[in-house]
Design a protein around this ligand. Structure first.
Ligand code: HEC
Length: 116
């Protein structure tokens, strides 16, 4: 098994503890921190992916434990954010923001796109 597969498996296994461990956070504050920390540079302003480096992270982000793990100890190219740069509460607020992002409407529900 290579390292990526092991990391991915660890992420999947940690997904089970989702609800219990998700800390409280402010989505409003989180959005500011998300912008300030430049997450948007790679992931886009609403986590849709920047079209450049980072994958899509919203809607439906990773469960908290996996999300936090990726930010603290990225499994690949992403730069790590230590607690010094990004305190736990800031990370919790970012998570609240990312988790609050809704999906856009389905193509069939967009009038401009019907009739083609
Ligand atoms: C320099 C570009 C860059 C920045 C800045 C960045 N990321 Fe990432 N992010 C990545 C890349 C590339 C990945 C894919 C996995 C990897 O390489 O570690 C990733 C993966 C992720 C993932 C896992 C999603 C998945 O499907 O793999 C999350 C969650 C995430 N980033 C959150 C954040 C947050 C929150 C911030 C800001 C605190 C941030 N990232 C800043 C590039 C970036």
């Amino acid at each position: 098994m290579n390292k990526t597969i092991i990391a991915a498996t660890a992420l999947l296994l940690s997904a089970g503890s989702y609800a219990q461990n998700t800390p409280a956070g402010s989505a409003e504050r989180g959005q500011k921190i998300y912008m300030h920390q430049m997450c948007y540079n790679c992931h886009g302003t609403i986590g849709q992916n920047g079209g450049v480096t980072g994958p899509k992270i919203a809607p439906n982000p990773f469960p908290w434990v996996a999300f936090a793990q990726q930010v603290r100890k990225p499994r690949g190219e992403m730069p790590p954010f230590s607690e010094k740069t990004l305190p736990d509460q800031d990370l919790a607020d970012i998570y609240a923001y990312v988790a609050s992002i809704k999906s856009g409407p389905a193509a069939k529900d967009i009038p401009l796109l019907s009739g083609f």
